[in-house]
Design a protein around this ligand. Structure first.
Ligand code: CMP
Length: 143
């Protein structure tokens, strides 16, 4: 089954949005298979956002993501990578539709509440960067 990496950013944690965000993905029907509240180190931030290293906002991005705890998660389900991106809304909250997470809760592109893997390659890379295999569970949701 497809898996994706999602992370409530420091602004989402500070605004008490962890429950709201988890609830949206649970209600949709996806399965939470890993989750932890953690402080991202400088090194992990630079690895995670490595593809943006040359962008002018890279320093700001790393500073923000290390500024307070994040809630890192792994979710599982059919087409979860692309569906989670739809549920998150456009990266820039100026363009994210009402009803999406960013459309409902964010105003600026830097503080946009949530991160989600944008492809199956990114999902594998990001899950492995944040979680050890034994931190993920596998279970049957039939009960
Ligand atoms: P995210 O999905 O976490 O991936 C890269 C992040 O860079 C993105 O969300 C935005 O929060 C951030 N970002 C993109 N453009 C800018 C910008 N112009 N200034 C600051 N941050 C940005």
């Amino acid at each position: 089954m497809e898996k994706t990496f999602l992370m409530v950013k420091p602004d989402g944690v500070q605004r008490n949005l962890i429950g709201e965000i988890v609830s949206r993905f649970e209600s949709k029907g996806f399965t939470l298979v890993g989750g932890k509240l953690m402080q991202i180190t400088q090194e992990l931030a630079e690895q995670h956002y490595g593809e943006h290293k040359e962008r002018p906002f890279f320093g700001e991005l790393v500073e923000f993501i290390t500024s307070g705890p994040v809630f890192a998660m792994v979710w599982e389900g059919e087409n979860v990578i692309s569906t989670a991106r739809l549920m998150m809304g456009a990266t820039n909250p100026k363009e994210s539709a009402p009803g999406t997470i960013r459309g409902d809760f964010a105003v600026t592109v830097g503080k946009n509440i949530i991160h989600g893997s944008d492809s199956s390659e990114s999902a594998v890379r990001e899950i492995n960067l944040f979680f050890k295999e034994e931190e993920l569970v596998s279970y049957d949701k039939s009960i």
